[in-house]
Write a protein that binds this ligand. Structure first.
Ligand code: PMP
Length: 355
């Protein structure tokens, strides 16, 4: 830390992103990216847009907004685009939380929530998940704080139903309820249809996972126009050009290729079912996942050993050191070939660990 670093950030512990090795020697199952390339329509559109990057991107994202609203059935004043959904989550902490209105989220969830809370000096409460990793819905009803719930949750993959989320939104009419749907396209009901019924509900999604655009950085928030205006106040006060023109073009391309996205999501769900069955047969316990990853604990071999030995053999998964979950690894669902390599490598790792 330099002697110039503001005291207000001196105790901040930043988020630790998953490893991004720059060589290709790993089967990379650690950051929940799509194993499929972006739609060729997205690639072509981005390349074309690159020819005009001497100009600023459109702060109103008009061309993307038109296409997006047609596909999602939303109105432009219900949507804000952001540089990855992390950005809209941070904006929500900035806009809807303060010293008097703290945040609440599960104790095991996306690791960025406590970081955003600390960054914005927002007091927060963590509500324990139940023993089976489900979110304790009753504990959020009438909680009187800004609620953040990832649905499906990360790193567990466990999802709530739309009716359960609705109960949380209905019981907190004077607080914003943020539903982070980063992984919704892999088998969870979206809460987007609820935003017109609950003016306190903000739904966030990303193009990083189901639409294979993690490196392009595009997310969105959807909610009542008044919420969106607040988020735009923050956006225009930080970076109105937060979404670059190549990314916007790529997004229009991928939204023109919804069949491609649907096919990829179907394949991930098939590969997930295949992987879960095989892992359970090898002695792993896995909560029912609706995401493009599974959270797996072995009956005899500890999580850190599995992570380390897989990595030595070229398979990268995500291990968390927090004591409550250190027996688990989060494994991204990839192609069938990648899953077969994972299973074959795990077999060796488990045999060695038992020897
Ligand atoms: N929410 C959750 C639960 C996530 O796991 C992630 C990805 N790390 C994000 C939001 C943010 O994704 P992005 O910024 O790429 O949209």
């Amino acid at each position: 830390m330099s002697r110039f670093f503001s005291e207000k950030y001196s105790s901040l512990t930043p988020y630790t992103p998953g490893e991004q090795p720059q060589d290709t020697k790993y089967v990379k199952l650690n950051t929940n990216e799509s194993p499929f390339p972006p739609s060729p329509k997205a690639v072509a559109a981005a390349a074309e847009a690159a020819r005009r990057v001497q100009l600023y991107s459109d702060p109103e994202c008009r061309a993307l907004m038109k296409k997006f609203c047609a596909v999602f059935g939303l109105e432009p004043d219900e949507v804000v685009f952001v540089n990855g959904s992390d950005e809209v989550l941070n904006f929500a902490f900035m806009a809807f939380c303060d010293e008097t209105c703290g945040a609440v989220f599960p104790n095991i969830t996306y690791g960025f929530y406590p970081v955003f809370a600390s960054l914005n000096r927002v007091p927060y409460t963590e509500i324990p998940l139940r023993g089976d990793f489900t979110v304790d819905v009753d504990a959020y009803c009438g909680v009187g704080k800004t609620v953040f719930i990832a649905n499906p949750n990360a790193p567990t993959g466990v999802a709530l139903s739309r009716a359960e989320i609705e109960r949380i939104a209905r019981s907190n009419p004077d607080n914003v309820v943020v539903i982070d749907e980063a992984y919704v396209d892999f088998g969870t009901e979206t809460c987007l249809p609820l935003i017109r019924r609950y003016d306190n509900l903000l739904v966030t999604q990303t193009f990083s996972k189901s639409r294979s655009m993690a490196g392009a950085r595009l997310g969105f928030g959807a909610g009542d126009p008044a919420l969106i205006r607040d988020l735009n106040t923050i956006r225009y006060s930080t970076n109105p050009y937060n979404v670059n023109s190549m990314t916007m073009a790529a997004a229009i391309g991928v939204l023109d290729d919804e069949d491609y996205t649907a096919r990829n999501c179907r394949m991930i769900q098939e590969n997930r079912a295949f992987t879960v069955d095989a892992l359970r047969a090898m002695g792993f316990t896995i909560p029912d996942s609706k995401a493009n990853f599974v959270f797996a604990r072995h009956e005899t071999v500890d999580g850190e050993t599995i992570y380390r030995r897989l990595k030595e053999r070229g398979v990268l998964v995500r291990h968390f050191t927090r004591p409550e979950i250190c027996d688990y690894n989060r494994i991204t669902i990839g192609t069938r070939e990648q899953m077969q390599i994972l299973l074959d490598t795990l077999k060796t790792v488990l045999e060695e660990a038992r020897a």
